[in-house]
Design a protein around this ligand. Structure first.
Ligand code: FES
Length: 168
């Protein structure tokens, strides 16, 4: 996280709650083979990130060490270790979207969010991610808000989407 970025703490779950939710996610795994990786995926599905508490609970659950769990968690770029914003905006820059003008959409989204890369806005409320394909190429250029696709975007329409989220 860069300087000046904060996460709203008034609604953040307590350490005890993070542990409890992590334990439940770990125990709810149904697949025949439970691994450190599957456990971390289960926790991130539940919490949307991997807090320190989840690393510790995963180590306990898997009878492993914190170092071993951390080495798996840090290897995969899909895991995140800070809480996401209240809403996540994915902007696709894959081939179809690129040809359709995704770069201008991306630049406008940056401008509206006040960021110049992936991550959280300064108030921690919105998360921007880049995607190499959101799976809706026929609707390029595509963005998604909390996994809901919004196709045929222009810089102006994307700006309207982002600004709608600012007050949400
Ligand atoms: S390349 Fe953007 S949705 Fe596939």
């Amino acid at each position: 996280m860069s300087d000046g970025q904060t996460i709203a703490s008034d609604e953040s779950p307590s350490s005890d709650e993070l542990r409890e939710r992590s334990r439940k996610a770990l125990q709810a795994q149904q697949q025949p083979t439970v691994t450190v990786l599957s456990s971390l995926i289960a926790v991130q599905d539940e919490l949307h990130y991997i807090p320190d508490e989840a690393i510790e609970e995963t180590a306990t659950h898997m009878k492993s060490t914190i170092n071993d769990v951390w080495s798996v968690a840090s290897f995969y770029t899909n895991f995140r270790f800070t809480p996401p914003g209240d809403h996540t905006i994915d902007v696709c820059w894959g081939p179809s979207c690129h040809l359709g003008g995704a770069q201008n959409v991306m630049l406008r989204v940056h401008s509206e969010l006040g960021v110049d890369e992936e991550g959280e806005t300064a108030d921690g409320k919105l998360t921007l991610r880049y995607s190499t394909c959101l799976g809706a190429c026929a609707l390029a250029p595509v963005i998604a808000v909390d996994h809901h696709m919004k196709g045929r975007q222009t810089p102006d329409s994307a700006a309207a989407v982002v600004n709608g989220l600012k007050g949400a």
